[in-house]
Structure formats: structure tokens, C-alpha cells
Design a protein around this ligand. Structure first.
Ligand code: SAH
Length: 227
């Protein structure tokens, strides 16, 4: 899978996308992340990328031309399954959307700044608008890194234990059960006996019951949602 990210601050994305699982995914050749500095596509001699809003008001707007040039160049090189714009008024990002994105081949992501991008970019290029939550960040980079992190670990072959992602919270609309590791007794704080019993079927059933109980208690709304 290839992800192209269009940004004014590529440095902000370099570190979060180059550790741990995402780093391994890139080393294994399962994920390629390419950062594009929108400023490199600026048209005037000041390399201007933002301008005042028509109609007045506070805040700058990212200009249509540099973004058009960057997107159009990339689209000429390969087909894109989705061109995402990270924006607080977009569709809420979910595990389900990550599952979907993880099975695409080429995705572009556009990070906004200031008051956002000129609406014409959204109207003519963007196929999907995505929000990571009901709050306003200063730029789209942190939102993009959330989407890439979440999606990247779901790409087939990325996690060494193939079943591991399937038992995470939100897969099946259930929260994950509690987990424990050694020592089995720490200061008298004991691991539930069932987990030490060796009866795999009973352990699986216990975990499922724990997931259900947690979900009912902490996120009853998930049990109402259909998958
Ligand atoms: N004026 C806009 C907010 C702009 S915030 C509004 O009120 O809707 C600047 C940029 O940060 C946005 O263009 C977007 O790319 C990013 N951003 C801010 N909050 C976000 C969120 N919750 N999810 C995804 N991207 C977000």
C-alpha cells in the first residue's frame, strides 16, 4: 500500500510514522509513505501557499493552485483509490474505516492549516473527508498520523501475529478483555485463575464474557450499533 501525504509541515510527520510497527511495515515493503511539501508546488516567487479569505474575516485559507498542481501530478502517475482531506467537519474516523483503507492500494491524504483549504479543492478532488474527533487541531498532520498509524497496522502481513488485530477493541464492536503477563502473583495481586488453567476453550469464553461486560459497562452504545 502506498500513502501520499500532502502537507506544509513534512517534518511534523516524519517522526510519528517511522517507529515500531509502521517502521517495520515500511521495511518489509508492505507500506510506502511519501511526503509532499505543498510549498514546493507554489506558483509565485514568494512560494505563497495561503491567502486572505474572500469576504473577509480572520484567518488565512490554503490556496487552490499549489494543491491542484500537487494532486494533479500525483494522479497522473498512478490511480488513487481515495483522496482524503482531514477536516473536523468530515466523517468520523473509525476502526471500520481503517479496515477499509487498509485494503486499498493507493491513498492520498491532504492536511489543512489555518482556516482550511479553498473549498474548490474539496469539491473537485476530495473523495472522502475524515475527522478524528469533535475538536479542532491546528493542522491536519496529527490527524493524518492517527489515520496512517491505525490503518498501517491492519495491512495484511504487517502484524507478526496475524490474529492480533482481530482481537483489539472495536473489531466486532466489542472492547478488548483485560490482559496479564508474568508474574502471576505480584504483591498478592493475582492473575485470574482461569488464565493459568490451560483450558483454551474456557479461556476464550471467559475473555468473551469480559469483553461483553466491559462493553456494557463502558460503551453500551457500541452494542446498539450494527457492525
Ligand atoms: N476552520 C476549520 C478548522 C481548521 S483547523 C473549521 O472550523 O472546520 C486547520 C486544519 O487542521 C484543518 O484544515 C484540518 O486539516 C486539520 N484538523 C483540525 N481538526 C481536525 C480534526 N478533528 N480531524 C481532522 N483534521 C483536523
Amino acid at each position: 500500500m502506498r500513502i501520499d501525504i500532502l502537507t506544509l509541515l513534512p517534518e511534523l510527520l516524519e517522526s510519528p510514522l517511522n517507529y515500531s510497527i509502521l517502521k517495520r511495515a515500511q521495511e518489509k515493503g508492505l507500506l510506502e509513505i511519501v511526503l509532499h511539501n505543498i510549498r514546493d508546488y507554489a506558483v509565485n516567487k514568494h512560494r505563497q501557499v495561503d491567502d486572505y479569505a474572500f469576504g473577509g474575516g480572520a484567518g488565512m485559507v490554503m490556496m487552490v493552485e499549489p494543491i491542484d498542481h500537487c494532486i494533479t501530478k500525483l494522479k497522473g502517475e498512478r490511480p488513487y483509490d481515495e483522496i482524503l482531506y482531514l477536516t473536523p467537519d468530515g466523517e468520523k474516523f473509525t476502526q471500520r474505516m481503517a479496515n477499509y483503507l487498509a485494503t486499498r492500494s493507493n491513498i492520498m491524504m491532504l492536511c489543512g492549516h489555518y482556516k482550511g483549504v479553498d473549498q474548490r479543492i474539496r469539491d473537485h478532488f476530495i473523495t472522502r473527508e475524515v475527522s478524528i474527533g469533535d475538536y479542532v487541531l491546528s493542522g491536519g498532520e496529527i490527524a493524518a498520523s492517527v489515520v496512517v498509524d491505525c490503518t498501517g497496522r491492519l495491512i495484511p502481513g504487517v502484524l507478526s501475529d496475524e490474529t492480533s488485530a482481530l482481537t483489539d477493541s472495536f473489531q466486532d464492536n466489542l472492547l478488548a478483555p483485560p490482559v496479564y503477563t508474568r508474574p502471576a502473583d505480584y504483591k498478592g495481586w493475582k492473575v485470574p485463575d482461569i488464565l493459568l488453567s490451560g483450558h483454551q476453550m474456557q479461556i476464550d469464553e471467559w475473555r468473551h464474557q469480559q469483553s461483553l461486560e466491559r462493553t456494557r459497562r463502558l460503551r453500551p452504545d457500541l452494542l446498539q450499533e450494527e457492525k
